[in-house]
Design a protein around this ligand. Structure first.
Ligand SMILES: C[S@@+](CC[C@H](N)C(=O)[O-])C[C@H]1O[C@@H](n2cnc3c(N)ncnc32)[C@H](O)[C@@H]1O
Length: 217
């Protein structure tokens, strides 16, 4: 059983988790303008701590994740609160394709669990509607002490400059990065370390070229 299946039932109970997801949500809302006509995707949505917030600002959001347990917790919330504009989807884009388009694609704290996260940017780009927005939040490079157990952790954070370069290479415009959250955490060896989370976002701008037709008399 992978770590998320095991941790899902108690995932929301860690107080630090709510603080962290609130900080990421606030940074996202400050960075991009969400509207009631947008279709959004939250990739690696987990128990939906951020999905539920985004849902209040968009038309519909798909919460996609590869964990049955994590999505199970979110499904209970959707049912309990009768939320009509969140759908859940069990999918791992490392193994499957994405055949729909979205106005906003967001992912939080998931890329460090993906073998080749920069490859996923191609998948996200292909799935973005014209003028769509891609936003990713994840850890800055860390010592390997962020998780108590590094099982399932594929990267000890990232150099955010790599993401900026990739976003620009993929043709995203107005690419910005900012620190969403900085915090101290006690590490397994008892010392305190500082960790930070970056948010990067960019726009899939479509350049319209106007061709003048022949004049008719
Ligand atoms: C640290 S949690 C983050 C959850 C949520 N985004 C948040 O910020 O609270 C990472 C999530 O990514 C999911 N995940 C890991 N690998 C994945 C993959 N290859 N495809 C889809 N989801 C994945 C896990 O199941 C888990 O729910």
């Amino acid at each position: 059983m992978n770590r998320f299946e095991k941790e899902a039932p108690t995932w929301d109970e860690a107080p630090q988790r709510k603080v962290l997801t609130s900080a990421i949500t606030n940074a996202l809302f400050d960075a991009i303008h969400l509207t009631k006509n947008q279709l959004a995707l939250d990739y690696g949505a987990g128990t939906g701590l951020i999905t539920l917030e985004i849902a209040q600002k968009v038309k519909h959001i798909v919460a996609m994740d590869s964990s049955v347990g994590m999505l199970g917790v979110l499904k209970e919330k959707i049912q309990h609160y009768q939320i009509p504009n969140i759908s859940t989807e069990l999918l791992d884009l490392e193994k499957s394709t994405l055949d729909r388009h979205f106005d906003v694609i967001f992912s939080s704290m998931t890329m460090h669990h993906i073998d080749e996260p920069l490859k996923l940017i191609n998948v996200f780009m292909d799935a973005l509607n014209p003028n769509g927005i891609l936003a990713i939040a994840d850890l800055d490079t860390e010592s390997g002490h962020f998780h108590a157990d590094n099982n399932g952790v594929k990267h000890f954070g990232f150099d955010r400059a790599i993401w900026e370069k990739r976003f620009l290479e993929m043709g995203l415009s107005n690419v910005h990065t900012q620190t969403a959250y900085t915090f101290q955490k006690e590490t397994p060896n008892g010392t305190k370390e500082t960790f930070s989370i970056f948010l990067i976002w960019g726009f899939h701008m479509v350049k319209y070229t106007h061709t003048f037709g022949e004049a008719h008399s």
